[in-house]
Structures are given as C-alpha cells and as structure tokens.
Ligand binder design. Structure first.
Ligand code: AP5
Length: 220
C-alpha cells in the first residue's frame, strides 16, 4: 500500500503517519523532515532550502523532487506514506511519472481537513522528542509522564523554528494557494479520501484504519 497524506500545516499528517508506520509496517517519507535534516547537515539541498523554509514558503520543486525521489529509491519495495509531498501540481505529475516508470502506484491520497484557526493553535504548542521524533503538544497531546517520551523514554524535546504564528499563517496561505488544488487532482483520479482532522487523534486514526480496511476488503 502506498499512501499520500495531504492537508495543511498542523493537520496531523506527521502524527497519523507515525501511527500508520506502527500499524501497517509502511515507511513514512516526510519531505519536511528530509529538508530539515539537510539543513542541519549543511548539504547542498539544505543550503538551497533553508531560506524558503524559514519564511514559510515552498522550497523549489526541483530541489524537493530530487530529495524525495532519492529516498524512494532506497525503499527496496516497501510500502510508503508520503507526508507533505507532493505539494504542487508539478510535484504531483513528477511523482506519477516516476511511479509509472517503477511499476508502482498510489493507492490513496488522504486529506485531513482542519479549520485554519485550530491549526495555528496546534502548531504554536507543538514539540517533538529529540531522539525518536514522536510528536507532542503543550495541551492537546502531552507525554504520559511529564518530560519523558512515551515512545522511546527520551527526555530531550525540541521545537521547530518555523512554528511561530507569523510563519504558520504564511504556510497556511501557501497551502491554500498552491497545495489545495491537489485535492481536486486526486479526486479526479479516484484516489481521494477525506477525513475530518478536527476529531481527537485516536478517532482520526480509526478513520484511517477504515480506509485501509475497505482497501483490504476490495482486494479479497
Ligand atoms: P512540513 O514539515 O511538511 O510541515 P507542514 O506541512 O507545514 O506540516 P506540519 O509538520 O507542520 O504538520 P502536520 O500535518 O504533520 O501536523 P502534526 O502531526 O505535526 O514542511 C515544513 C516546510 O518544509 C514547508 O513550509 C516548506 O518550506 C518545506 N517543504 C516541505 N515539503 C515540501 C514540498 N513537498 N515542497 C516544497 N516545500 C516543502 O500535528 C501538529 C500538532 O497538532 C502536534 O502537536 C500534534 O500533537 C497535534 N495534533 C495532531 N493531530 C491532532 C488532532 N487530531 N487533534 C488535536 N491535536 C492534534
């Protein structure tokens, strides 16, 4: 199974991708995580991406497509979850061509729908475990033991530099202008599933499970 997660910043793509990895043995490929790692490592991709990311703008298509395709090549046939890619029609068409060449396809493009004001609140309180990347929120999702990661026991956490209200509002404007049209692209291709992302994390996850269950039923 190969899945695309669409949806605005803070909609829960990363949160649900982690749960899907655990439940279905798929590999999460987050373009944002790839780019942040490249920035931290000071690679050519990172140097090209840094300024755009800090401003909440999209990184140029050729830079992102190159980075994501390189990672896709390393999957050795494992099913994947594309988290945050594609984000423009150019990226979506490039992905279609690549998968066709590789004899693969996207099964579902799942979009998590959440109101903009709720997204600003979510992102402003977000932090992650520095060791395993598990996501948390100051009030919406706290670790069971304060200061200790539920997943790996890590005790160091970090916040993203672009998770401030001004940059989040820019990222939302970019989403509406450049990425939202992809919903129609995948709807026309018969791949789109919409999920109400405003429900609690576990309920959103159950809605994802339902998409997987229907797919499994359709292939038996
Ligand atoms: P990226 O890292 O992809 O960020 P994003 O799309 O803005 O998405 P986020 O990671 O902010 O949100 P999310 O949907 O994963 O939400 P999360 O699960 O964390 O991109 C960053 C930058 O990189 C871009 O601005 C761009 O510059 C560049 N970039 C990346 N990909 C690119 C591409 N393809 N092309 C060009 N440029 C690209 O959840 C958020 C918070 O809410 C968490 O605290 C979580 O605990 C909480 N939460 C989650 N679900 C729920 C729920 N159901 N109820 C309550 N709280 C919830």
């Amino acid at each position: 199974m190969n899945v695309i997660l669409l949806g605005p910043p803070g909609a829960g793509k990363g949160t649900q991708a982690k749960l899907m990895e655990e439940r279905y043995g798929l590999r999460q490929l987050s373009s944002g995580d790839m780019l942040r790692a490249a920035v931290a490592a000071g690679t050519e991709v990172g140097r090209a991406a840094k300024g755009y990311m800090e401003q909440g703008a999209l990184v140029p298509d050729d830079v992102v497509v190159g980075a994501v395709f390189e990672t896709l090549e390393m999957l050795n046939g494992a099913g994947f979850i594309l988290d945050g890619f594609p984000r423009t029609p150019v990226q979506a068409r490039a992905l279609d061509e690549k998968l066709q060449q590789d004899g693969k396809r996207i099964d579902w493009a799942i979009v998590f729908e959440v109101d903009d004001e709720q997204l600003v609140q979510r992102i402003a309180g977000r932090y992650t475990c520095a060791a395993c990347g598990e996501g948390y929120h100051d009030t919406l999702k706290t670790p069971r033991a304060l200061g200790v990661c539920d997943r790996c026991g890590g005790t160091t956490f970090k916040r993203r530099s672009d998770d401030n209200e001004e940059t989040v509002r820019k990222r939302l404007a970019v989403y509406h202008a450049e990425t939202k049209p992809l919903i129609e692209f995948y709807r026309q291709g018969g791949k789109l599933r919409r999920i109400d992302g405003e429900r609690p994390i576990e309920e959103v996850s159950q809605a994802v499970d339902q998409v997987f269950a229907e797919s499994a039923a359709a292939t038996t």
